[in-house]
Design a protein around this ligand. Structure first.
Ligand code: ACM
Length: 643
């Protein structure tokens, strides 16, 4: 009884708290007009006075161009659903309220468009269907946020008058999704595509294989998915899980059939997204090895990793190594037969001109001891393991090129000599990308320090623990084209979402937004218009749209950063830094929950001798906006090096 009463009280408390949060949420974000709220910011915007309101019945026309038919129908379906309007989709352009015009005379770039909204309605013009598509995305952001919902709202469906001319800064605007460490369903991948295109991303890099699971059906090697797609389900902190016991079910996982892949590729194509498939070799291959152990230099019994520790990063400049062998063996011809078949099927399934072969973080300690590798080195005159790795990568490039595709690899493919036609994805900072561009190779910039969105977004006591932190403001400082580099070779950039610590699709969303807003803007908008303060306002404007779409996002930008210094022998001074301007920080050291009547942070705080925790919360205009943070004093001491 007591238990259920407590549960009831707890539920009521939770309910009233959610209501409070709901009301606060409605008023908390600074309201900016929708033109100023656009992400990514268009290349050129001319605001006009007035708004156009969609009538209860209207026509959406797309000229005589069949390429636009499906796009027009989808836009009409979305608008019907949320406005309840009667919408006629027609080809003639006269007397229509929304007009899509595809015409060479538009003179826009490959993905550019013009969008005009005035008293006669909405006109989107472009030379290419992709431009029309991006014009539609901008139009949707100019409509009320509820356009992202899924029920009809009886509100004025108004659109501000505006003249926009827009085009992207880079042709490669990517997001990478790791579906190996955790599996995400076909519907979730489609939802990810829906969300990315709203912000004009055009490449989905799909990390389909890794040590924890092989996620794509390969007809020539069925065990890749019957064995390699399944592992023990564990919850907690990845990398520290217990070893799978013999009696634990290997029932976590999944894979996409080739029909699923074709369906997703088509879905992406209709939304102007290219899918870059990644088959990560020769390292990160434990799932493949579990299925076909003969692919390693050290065949034995293997299974996909369930998240227990099997690699060691000793630090101090020492090379990492594997506790078990998760690398394919470059000295075995059957490995190249395998890769020929796998990349052959991949090339058939994915129309994109590139295939990614991974190439990162290959543990080579088992190669080092292998007589097969020694023999290969002698035969091919390879001086060291870098050259062995490079020999492997060059052979993979030949296979991929023979399938009519260009090869991309992570920047380790530079080690021991770059394959002749390879495109480099620079992740260990930008220096390897610069090196590759100087050698005349194409580059995609995805440096950990700016765009690894698997990293934590605020203080590590507030976020699921993972390797490092990367706040929104830092992401917004990303520039893929460093000084002194031939920028034609830098095709663009992308943010990478590794999913070791991401167990659900809600958390995929939380990690992606708002940091992918920053990436979208960096990759699309002119560099000279970048402005952090205005960007924050645009982010808040977009939060309303994510709310309407029921998309989860991180409020971490409202959490202050904690900096500590040691004072004297045993005291800690704490400096709190807000990422967003105009927030007040209130705090307590007495374990109670601070509100706006508590002391306001104005200068570094000396932690009282006996204090147990520092609680802080940010307010804006008298309303809480950040999360309640309970920072243990022990933690502050540890960070400051105080005993
Ligand atoms: C990587 O993050 N290992 C490419």
């Amino acid at each position: 009884m007591e238990y259920s009463k407590n549960l009831y009280l707890f539920a009521m408390k939770k309910l009233s708290l959610s209501l409070i949060i709901l009301f606060l949420g409605m008023g908390a974000f600074a309201q900016v007009d929708r033109v100023d709220g656009l992400i990514p910011r268009p290349a050129s915007v001319k605001k006009e006075n007035g708004t156009y309101t969609l009538p209860a019945s209207f026509t959406l026309s797309y000229g005589e161009r069949p390429e636009l038919k499906d796009m027009a129908e989808r836009l009409a379906a979305q608008l019907r659903g949320v406005t309840g309007a009667t919408i006629r989709v027609a080809t003639p352009a006269n007397a229509s309220e929304i007009v899509l015009t595809l015409s060479n005379a538009a003179g826009t770039t490959a993905e550019g468009y013009r969008l005009n909204v005035n008293a006669s309605g909405v006109a989107i013009t472009a030379s290419n269907p992709a431009g029309i598509f991006y014009g539609i995305q901008t139009l949707l952001q100019l409509l009320p946020p509820d356009v992202n919902g899924n029920t009809a709202q009886n509100i004025p469906w108004d659109i501000p008058y505006v003249e926009i001319e827009d085009h992207p800064r880079f042709g490669w605007r990517g997001l990478m999704l790791d579906v190996s460490r955790h599996f995400f369903t076909k519907e979730e991948v489609k939802r990810y595509i829906d969300d990315m295109v709203k912000y004009k991303f055009n490449v989905l890099h799909w990390h389909l294989t890794d040590d924890q699971g092989w996620r794509i059906e390969i007809k020539s090697y069925p065990k890749l998915t019957s064995v390699g797609a399944w592992r023990v389900n564990k919850t907690g902190t990845f990398g520290n899980f217990s070893k799978p016991e013999p009696n634990e079910p290997r029932d976590y996982g999944g894979f996409y059939t080739q029909d699923d892949i074709r369906e997703i590729v088509q879905y992406a194509k209709e939304r102007h997204v290219n899918i870059l498939p990644e088959i990560d070799v020769p390292g990160h291959s434990l799932a493949a090895i579990a299925a076909y152990p003969e692919l390693t230099c050290t065949p034995g019994k293997y299974e996909p990793s369930s998240g227990d520790r099997f690699m060691v990063w000793p630090g101090g400049g020492q090379h990492f190594y594997g506790l078990i062998d998760n690398s394919l063996c470059p000295a075995k011809e059957e490995v190249y037969v395998f890769l020929d078949k796998v990349f052959g099927e991949i090339a058939e399934l994915f129309p994109f001109e590139y295939i990614h072969m991974g190439g990162d973080e290959t543990a080579r300690n088992f190669w080092d001891k292998s007589p097969l590798i020694k023999a290969l080195m002698q035969k091919e005159k390879l001086k060291n393991l870098d050259e062995v790795q490079s020999y492997f990568v060059k052979r993979v490039e030949k296979i991929i090129n023979a399938k009519g595709k260009k090869m991309i690899g992570w920047d380790e493919i530079l080690q021991g000599g770059l394959a002749p036609n390879a495109t480099v994805m620079s992740w260990r900072g930008m220096k390897h990308g610069i090196e590759a561009a100087k050698m005349g190779h194409e580059v995609i910039m995805t440096p950990t320090d700016f765009v690894y969105i698997d990293y934590m977004q605020s203080d590590r006591i507030m976020e699921p623990p993972v390797y490092a932190s990367l706040r929104l403001k830092k992401v917004y400082q990303f520039d893929p084209v460093p000084n002194g580099v031939d920028n034609k070779l830098i095709k663009g950039g992308q943010a990478n979402l590794w999913t070791e610590q991401i167990y659900t699709f809600r958390q995929v969303q939380y990690m992606t937004w708002p940091r992918a807003f920053a990436v979208a803007e960096v990759l699309w908008s002119p560099n000279k218009t970048r402005n952090w303060k205005e960007f924050v306002q645009r982010v808040e404007s977009q939060f309303l749209r994510l709310d309407a779409a029921k998309t989860k996002y991180a409020p971490s930008m409202y959490d202050p950063e904690f900096k500590v210094t040691k004072k004297g022998t045993n005291q800690v001074e704490v400096t709190l830094i807000n990422e967003v301007d105009g927030l007040d920080i209130h705090y307590s050291f007495d374990n109670s929950y601070p509100d706006e009547f508590y002391p306001k942070y104005t200068a570094p705080l000396l932690v009282p001798k006996d204090a147990f925790q520092l609680k802080v919360i940010t307010y804006r205009d008298g309303k809480p906006i950040g999360r309640m943070i309970a920072m243990p004093v022990e933690e502050l001491k540890k960070r400051a090096g105080v005993k």
